[in-house]
Design a protein around this ligand. Structure first.
Ligand SMILES: Cc1cc2nc3c(=O)[nH]c(=O)nc-3n(C[C@H](O)[C@H](O)[C@H](O)COP(=O)(O)O)c2cc1C
Length: 206
C-alpha cells in the first residue's frame, strides 16, 4: 500500500536535535487508510517502556479503529466539534491515568506526569513509523466515563488521533486548514532553562 509521506513542517531550530523530535508536529489532515495491526502493537509497546515513578505505569488506553465502526463512533462522539478533523482518522485513542499506585496504598504524585511520558513515547513511535498523531484535550470527559465504562477513580486524559497522513483538500473547516498551515512557534530555551538557579527576570505566576 502506498502511503503519503509524513508532512513536513518548518521547525526553526536554534540548536540541533534528533530528527525524530524535529519531524513530529500535530497535523490535522488524516487519511482513513488502515494501519497495520503490528504498528498499532508497536505504539503500545513504546508506551509500555516509558519511565514512571516507582515503575507505577499509571497509564491506560482505550482505542478503536474504523474496522470496528461501533467502537470507533463511540469514541469519536466524545470529541469537541473543533476537533472534528480527527473523525477521519483510522485509529482513535483515549489515554487515562490512575491517581493511586496499584501496589501501595497511597496516591501517586506523578500520575499525570508519567501518563504524559507514556503518551509522548507513543506519539514518537507513531512518527518513527510515518504515522501522524495529534493529542486532543477537547473532548467530553464525563461522557467518556459513561460511554466507555471508565471507573470513577480513573481520569480520562487526552484523546489521540493516529493515522497515515491525508489529503489537506479534505479539510472541510477553515479552522482546520489554518491549524494545518500555521507556523510552529516556541519560546527560546533561555525562557525556561536556567543555569544554577531561577532566573528572576522570568516571571513566576504570582
Ligand atoms: C494535552 C494536550 C491537549 C491538546 N488539545 C488539543 C485539542 O483539543 N485540539 C487540537 O487541535 N490540538 C490539541 N493539542 C495540540 C497542541 O495544540 C499542539 O501540540 C501545540 O500547539 C504545539 O504544536 P505541535 O504539536 O504541532 O508542535 C493538544 C496537545 C496536548 C499536549
Amino acid at each position: 500500500m502506498s502511503h503519503r509521506l509524513y508532512p513536513k513542517k518548518e521547525t526553526p531550530l536554534d540548536y540541533p536535535i534528533d530528527p525524530l523530535i524535529e519531524k513530529r508536529w500535530s497535523p490535522v489532515a488524516f487519511s482513513s487508510e488502515p494501519i497495520e495491526p503490528e504498528k498499532i502493537n508497536s505504539l503500545f509497546e513504546a508506551m509500555r517502556w516509558a519511565p514512571s515513578s516507582g515503575n507505577g505505569q499509571p497509564w491506560r488506553v482505550i482505542y478503536a479503529t474504523q474496522d470496528e465502526q461501533e467502537n470507533f463512533d463511540r469514541l469519536a462522539s466524545l470529541l469537541d466539534e473543533g476537533n472534528g478533523y480527527a473523525k477521519r482518522t483510522y485509529l482513535l485513542l483515549l489515554t487515562c491515568a490512575l491517581p493511586r499506585f496499584e501496589d501501595k496504598d497511597r496516591e501517586n504524585p506523578y500520575w499525570q506526569h508519567d501518563t504524559g511520558l507514556g503518551t509522548q513515547n507513543l506519539i514518537l513511535q507513531a512518527v518513527a513509523m510515518n504515522l501522524i498523531a495529534h493529542p486532543m484535550a477537547g473532548f467530553n470527559k464525563e461522557r467518556a466515563h459513561e460511554l466507555l465504562g471508565i471507573p470513577v477513580d480513573v481520569e480520562p486524559m487526552v484523546m489521540i488521533a493516529v493515522g497515515y497522513p491525508g489529503d489537506g483538500e479534505a479539510l472541510t473547516d477553515e479552522r482546520w486548514v489554518k491549524k494545518q498551515q500555521q507556523p510552529r512557534q516556541r519560546k527560546p530555551v533561555t525562557d525556561f532553562a536556567f543555569r544554577g538557579k531561577w532566573n528572576s527576570k522570568v516571571k513566576s505566576q504570582i
